[in-house]
Ligand binder design. Structure first.
Ligand code: ADP
Ligand code: MG
Length: 202
């Protein structure tokens, strides 16, 4: 992963690709949330990422850190569900870690996302194994040490690993044992974010 310099335009492309992936899969995300939540994850994510794309197109931020910080702020202000503040924190904290550099390396992005994912766990009081987005995000960041493709694969595998889990956080936890046997919607959207990252890096 050495040698890759990622600029603000790369991060704008990532956000745009993420929004497109979420649009394509919105129905599926909402279906998953209807099984163990309140059937709004697809529309929450669509609304949030549409606002992000609108913002980066209207006033493209100048640095990678600024793109992610502004995107995180948009998600927090435009998404009502739990996923808004959680994804907003992920992107804002990652953006803060990237500072004001004009370009960042893949390794710097991995470290930044590591800080972002830690902040999600702190905000949510959650950890891997609780059947949340962290079950995709944590392996994805670990996979980034190898490649963007490895990160996307690990996120997808992490999302699938939530199926047999008992939910310990979020709305799904209200269902207790009945949460078992369903894939977590947030882990599924996290896998989409990392698939979009691998797509733009290709
Ligand atoms: P809401 O649950 O408020 O309706 P969404 O449906 O948009 O919000 O998002 C639900 C997703 O948020 C879950 O599938 C889970 O991945 C994630 N989530 C919920 N609570 C937590 C938490 N405490 N920590 C981490 N992720 C969480
Ligand atoms: Mg929901």
């Amino acid at each position: 992963m050495s040698g890759t310099a990622l600029d603000a335009a790369f991060f704008v492309r990532w956000m745009t690709a993420a929004a497109a992936a979420i649009d394509r899969e919105a129905e599926r995300l909402t279906e998953l949330d209807s099984a163990i939540g309140d059937a709004d994850h697809g529309t929450n994510m669509q609304r949030g990422f549409a606002a992000v794309v609108k913002m980066v197109e209207a006033e493209p931020p100048a640095t990678p850190g600024a793109v992610l910080t502004a995107a995180g702020r948009q998600l927090i202000s435009s998404v009502g569900g739990a996923s808004g503040p959680l994804y907003g924190t992920l992107l804002r904290r990652t953006g803060k870690a990237l500072g004001d550099a004009a370009q960042v390396s893949a390794e710097e992005l991995r470290a930044g996302l590591g800080a972002g994912v830690d902040a999600v766990g702190k905000l949510g009081g959650s950890a891997p194994g609780d059947k949340t987005m962290l079950d995709a995000l944590v392996p994805a960041v670990a996979g980034l040490a190898t490649s963007f493709e490895a990160a996307a694969g690990a996120a997808e595998e992490g999302a699938r690993s939530t199926v047999p889990m008992l939910a310990k956080k979020g709305r799904a936890s209200y269902l207790g044992e009945r949460s078992i046997g369903h894939q977590d919607p947030g882990a599924t959207s996290s896998a989409l974010l990392f698939a979009a990252l691998a797509e733009v890096a290709r």
